[in-house]
Design a protein around this ligand. Sequence first.
Ligand SMILES: [Zn+2]
Ligand SMILES: [Zn+2]
Length: 594
Amino acid sequence: MPELIESHVDLESLPKDERLARRRHSAAHVLAEAMLDLMPEAELGIGPPIDTGFYYDFRLPRPLSQDDLAWLEDRMRKSVAGRHPFVMASLTKDEARERWKDQPFKLDLLADLEEGNVTQCTHAGFTDLCRGGHVNHTGELGAFKLMTIAGAYWRGSEKNPQLQRVYGALFETPEELEAYEHQLEEARRRDHRRIGRDLKLFDLVDEIGPGHVVWLPAGATIRRELSRWIEDLEIEHGYQHVITPVIGKSELYKRSGHWQHYQEAMYPVMEREGEEYVLRPMNCPHHILVYESELHSYREMPIRIAELGNMHRWEKSGQVTGMSRVRIMTLNDAHIFCAGQEQVEQEVENVLHLMEEVYGVLGLKNYSYRLSLGDPDDTEKYVDNPPMWEMGEDLLRRVLRKVGLEFEEAKGEAAFYGPKIDVQFETAQGKAETLVTVQVDFHLPAQFGLEYVGEDGERHQPIIVHRGILSTMERMVALLIEQYEGAFPLWLAPTQAVVIPIADRHIPYAEEVAGQLRAAKLRVEVDARNERMNGKIRDAQLRKIPYMLVVGDREAEAKAAALRVRGGTDLGATPVTQIVEKLRDERDTKALAP
Ligand SMILES: [Zn+2]
Ligand SMILES: [Zn+2]
C-alpha cells in the first residue's frame, strides 16, 4: 500500500522562482487530470514546468483542436475551484508497475528508476508518477492559460512515438500573465517570417527544400543595397574582394579540420570520376588558398581578403527557421592575414570601429559584445596551449577596452582553436543569438603551413583574424525586418515612392512624375489601378512604402505632388523637383526615418 508523505509547504516563504516552478508543475498535473476526463484512453508522457509555464505530452486517439484546448482549460478551472489537495505517497516499484500497467510511457520511465520505492502524487482522484514539488492544493496554481499544441517525440527521439504536447502559460498574477501575452503578441507582430510573407520579401519553397531561401524581387533589392554598401565600405577600408567557388575537394576540408570537427553540419559528399567534392561549410580554406597563391612580404601585410561567400550547413529539418536559421547562406566574410601581434591588435581594433560604424548606420539596437574565452580545464574541447590562450584573450580584452566598448566575458564559449569576440543580439522572440564574431587564429596558419617573408628575410607564420560585420545576409535581413517592423529606411526600401493619380486622366502626369524620380535612380511605381485614392494610400501604407505622391489637376498645373509620408504625415503640395531632391538626400545619407 502506498505510504503517505507529509508535503505541506509554506509557499510565501519560498523564493519566487521556486514558487513559480511549483505552481507550473502542479498545473501540469491538473492538465493531465483534465485530459483523462476528455479522453480516458490518453497515454501520459511527462509534464514539467518551463520558463513561461508548463506542458504535458500525450499520446491521443485523435489530433487536438483549439476547441479541445478551450474545453481543457475550462475543465482545469473546475479543478482549481475544487481546491483539491496534492497528496504525495511512496510505493514500491511493483505497486507502481501495477498502477500504471496501461500507461506505456510511465512504465518506460519506471524502468529507468533505481530499485527501491518511487513516489506518486494524487489530487482530485488523479494519480501521477512524480518526484514532488507541488503547491498545497489546486487553488494555488496562479494565473494560467492553455496556449498551443505541438508535436514532440517521446524522450525527444525521432525513433520514438510522436506525442501531442499541450503548452500552458502560467504566472503568479493575472497582470503578469497579461504582460507575457502582450510580449508574445509583440513578437508575432515583429516576426520576420510573417512580415517577409506580407511584404513579399522572401519565400521558402518546399520543392527547393527547407532552409533554402528564395529572395523575391523586393527582398533581393534590400539585399543588393546592403551588399553594394558593405563591399564599397570594405574596399574603402583596404579589403580586397574575391569570388571563390562554393565547392571544394574533401581533402581541402580535411586539411582545414572542418571535416573532423564539422562533418555533421556538412552536405553529403559528391563523387564523380573518382573525385570527392563537398559544398563548403565555411569560406576560410578558400581565402587561405587565395593568400597562398603567391609568397607575401611583410611590406604587403596585413592582407585583407573579403567575400560575400556562400556557405552550406546541413541544419536539421526541425531546426530551420525562416531566414534566421537556413542551410545556404551568404556571409559577409573576411580573413585578415597579419604579420605579428601588433598588427592583429590594430586590425581587431579597425574591425570593431567598422562594426560600430555599420551598426550605427543601420540603427541597430539590442546588440552587445561578448568576449568568449576558452576553459583551461577542458583540454578535450580546446587546443591545449595555455600561453596562446592567455595571449589571445588579453589581446582581445585590451582592444575592447581601448575602443571603449562595454562587454561581458563568457568562459567556455570560445572556438576550439582560440578566443573570440561575439556580437550578440536579441531576436523578436527574445532569444539571444550570435550575429558575428571576430576570431584570432594561430591554428589554421599552422595547419596550412602559411608563410610570409619578414623584415629579417626569414620565413614567418602569419596570424589570421576571421571576422564578419553584417553576418549572413539572411540573418541580417531577418534582424532588420524585425527591427524596422518592415518599414525600411528609404535607402533600403524596395519601393521608395508610389505616385497615385486621383483620376484616370492624371495617369500621364503621374508617369511623368515617376520618370523624374526614376531619373534620380529612385525606385518608384505608379498606382494606376482603378481604385479609390484612399484605398491606394492605405495599400501603400500597408506595403510600408516611404512616400506617396498624390497628383490631380492642381498638382499637374503646378508641376507638383501632394506628398505623404508612410507614417501618415501630409506634407502638402510640393514641387516635384523639390521632392526628388529630398528623397535623393534621404537615400544618400542613409537616413533612418523618412
Ligand atoms: Zn508532480
Ligand atoms: Zn573564417
